[in-house]
Each structure stands twice: as structure tokens, then as C-alpha cells.
Design a binder for this molecule. Structure first.
Ligand SMILES: O=C(O)CCC(=O)N[C@@H](CCC(=O)O)C(=O)O
Ligand SMILES: [Zn+2]
Length: 344
């Protein structure tokens, strides 16, 4: 069994990479009383012995080539298992797509982050990502549900972006269906080194939307920089993120700086442009970065015969990707947003 090695080296990442699709469940207890439960490959749950108030999900490798978040979670998991980081809150760590880590690709057959909220069960398609999305939903459901009602829930789904970005780190706030956005969450993100937040205006099939919508968790997709292979991440750029996540899980409560709207750049999604045709192109080069703004009337994308022109001055591009599957999002555009009474 793998437990003896895991207890010694805390290397759940290698264990996960060596078992791309399944790992038998097992558990043990650390000297400090924390229960460690391996639920599956890439899924490990920690329950401290004392009273806890928060249920925290930290996911990475939903896209396998986004390595910096994987390294952050690897470091946190190793420190917990080695007894260097003593937990005060329940935590579920997830490496989403182990095989895609090994092949250093965004996904194997289908983009995992378009399969949540039940999307994995639609149509006749069968593939490993659909199986995994269903299982991950089940693990998150059990994690949030196997405790008494009314506890605090959050889920930070950690990613890196394909392109460079004017604002290096940014977070996607899933659509809240009219519920208010939380200043305290913006303060948490700021403490992580993330001062830019996009608010979505529609339901989605992403992992963060699933936890937000189904469980009322404070959930975000957090983009921590640009995609790089293992070994090429400058981990000093993630020091604030790692220390803020460590504090979240190792302290009974955390005080963040007082809210000041001037600390943030907030955007709202203006529109989503899907690729519907084989012939889909952008007029800008691969080097064009996220948050590049366009003037009204400038071409943003061409989908077959349809030309999408910027509708307002300053309409800025996010996640442009002409290679997505037909029917999927190829581009988001955003416009600036002010803090209002919809923030509590
Ligand atoms: O840089 C890119 O093109 C994609 C980076 C990435 O994986 N972003 C997430 C955002 C999810 C969300 O909208 O909350 C994704 O596309 O899945
Ligand atoms: Zn990603």
C-alpha cells in the first residue's frame, strides 16, 4: 500500500501522477490528531481533531498544464502531512485531471471545466473527463454535506491563464443570481495578491460555479499568472497566495485589511463569444494579452461569416482561444465596473 510512503514524504502529487484514474481510498491520523483521508487519486481530505468552523476546497489541475497552482497545493499538502502546518479548518484538496498533468496538456479529451453542474451527464459522450467531473462533484458534495448545516464554505479553483495578462492575477466571480458580492472575499483575494475581479452574468459549467450555485460557497476561479511547465514557475510570485491560503486553513479566523475600493480593478462581463464555425479567427496576435482594450467598432473576432466588433470603447478581451471545441466559449469581453450597494 502507498500509505507508508505518503506518511513519510507527504508527496500526494507524485502518488496522484502515478495513478492517473484511480487510487483506493485509505486514511491515517497525523501526530497532531488531523485525520488524513485519501478519497481517490488527486483527492485528499484533512480533518483537524479540534472544533472547526470552515469547509475549504482548494482545487488545481482542473487544467493539467497549469502548473503553478499544482505546486502551491503540493507545498501546502506536504507541510500538512509533515506536521509543519497545523490545521484549524477542514480542507479538501483536489488535483482535477491527473492524466492531463502527465501529458502537460489542458485536457485529455474534453475540457473538464465545462463539465460541472451536471453537464458531464448530458448527451451520449463517454470519456475520462466526464467520469472525473461526476466524481469530483460527488466528493465536493460529500465534503460540504457530511457536517452540520450552517458552516462557512469556500472553494478556490486555482488556474493560470494561457496568455499573458495586463493584470497578472485575476479572479472570476461566478454568477450569483442576484445575490450580493462580498467585500470580505475581495479582501481575501487582495491578500492573495489578486486585485482584479471579473463578475460573471450567467450560469456556467465551471467548477467554481458549481460550488457557488449548489452549495452557496464563496467560490472563485483564480488565475494566478501565465501557464508554464513545471520547473519554470517563479514561486516567489505566489508567496502571498500561499501564505493567505495557509492562514485560511491554519487559523480559527483571519483578519484582512479594511476594504478600500481603490485597491481593486473590477470588471463585469460584457459578453461571451462562442466559436460556432470551423473558421474562427482573431485579428490580434498570440502575444495580445488579457485585458487589452478595443475601441468601439474595432474587430474582435470572426466566426465564419460573422464579424464581432467592439460595442463600446474599452471593451477588453479575456481568455481568447480560437482552438476551443465548436459551441464553446472562445472569448469573454469585459468592461469596468464600480463598487456599488450590490457589494456587502
Ligand atoms: O487563459 C485561458 O484561455 C483559460 C484559463 C482558464 O482555464 N480559465 C478558466 C476560467 C473559468 C471561469 O470562467 O470561471 C476556464 O476557461 O475554464
Ligand atoms: Zn485553467
Amino acid at each position: 500500500m502507498y500509505l507508508e510512503d505518503l506518511k513519510k514524504n507527504g508527496d500526494f502529487l507524485t502518488l496522484t501522477r502515478n495513478n492517473e484514474f484511480h487510487l483506493p481510498a485509505s486514511s491515517f491520523t497525523l501526530d497532531n490528531g488531523t485525520l488524513v483521508e485519501v478519497l481517490d487519486t488527486g483527492v485528499i481530505q484533512f480533518t483537524p481533531s479540534g472544533r472547526t468552523s470552515k469547509d475549504v476546497v482548494l482545487s488545481s489541475a482542473i487544467h493539467g498544464n497549469e502548473t503553478a497552482p499544482i505546486e502551491i497545493c503540493d507545498q501546502l499538502i506536504q507541510s500538512i502531512i509533515k506536521g509543519e502546518l497545523a490545521l484549524k479548518q477542514r480542507v479538501l484538496f483536489i488535483y482535477g485531471n491527473p492524466k492531463s498533468i502527465n501529458i502537460a496538456k489542458r485536457f485529455v479529451e474534453e475540457n473538464l471545466n465545462r463539465l460541472f453542474n451536471g453537464e458531464h451527464a448530458k448527451g451520449d459522450i463517454q470519456n475520462p473527463e466526464r467520469v472525473r467531473a461526476e466524481k469530483l462533484e460527488q466528493y465536493v458534495t460529500a465534503f460540504f454535506s457530511d457536517v452540520e448545516e450552517g458552516r462557512y464554505r469556500c472553494h478556490y479553483d486555482l488556474h493560470t491563464a494561457i496568455r499573458g495578462s495586463k493584470n497578472e492575477k485575476f479572479a472570476v466571480y461566478p454568477y450569483l443570481h442576484g445575490k450580493p458580492w462580498k467585500k470580505q472575499q475581495l479582501q481575501f483575494l487582495l491578500s492573495c495578491g489578486v486585485n482584479t475581479v471579473l463578475t460573471m452574468r450567467a450560469a456556467a459549467t465551471t467548477f467554481s460555479y458549481f460550488s457557488s450555485f449548489v452549495f452557496g460557497a464563496d467560490a472563485f476561479t483564480v488565475e494566478l499568472g501565465q501557464v508554464k511547465p513545471f520547473g519554470e514557475n517563479d514561486m516567489s510570485r505566489f508567496a502571498k497566495t500561499k501564505s493567505t491560503l495557509s492562514a485560511l486553513i491554519s487559523q480559527e479566523s483571519v483578519e484582512y485589511k479594511q476594504f478600500n475600493a481603490n485597491d481593486f480593478e473590477l470588471f463585469q462581463v460584457h459578453r461571451t463569444i462562442n466559436r460556432t464555425q470551423e473558421q474562427f479567427t482573431f485579428p490580434f496576435p498570440e502575444s495580445a494579452v488579457n485585458f487589452t482594450g478595443f475601441n468601439e467598432g474595432e474587430l474582435l473576432a470572426t466566426d465564419g461569416e460573422v464579424e464581432y466588433l467592439a460595442e463600446v470603447d474599452g471593451e477588453a478581451i479575456i481568455f481568447p482561444n480560437a482552438n476551443v471545441a465548436l459551441g464553446q466559449r472562445a472569448l469573454l469581453t469585459v468592461i469596468p465596473m464600480e463598487v456599488s450597494d450590490k457589494f456587502i
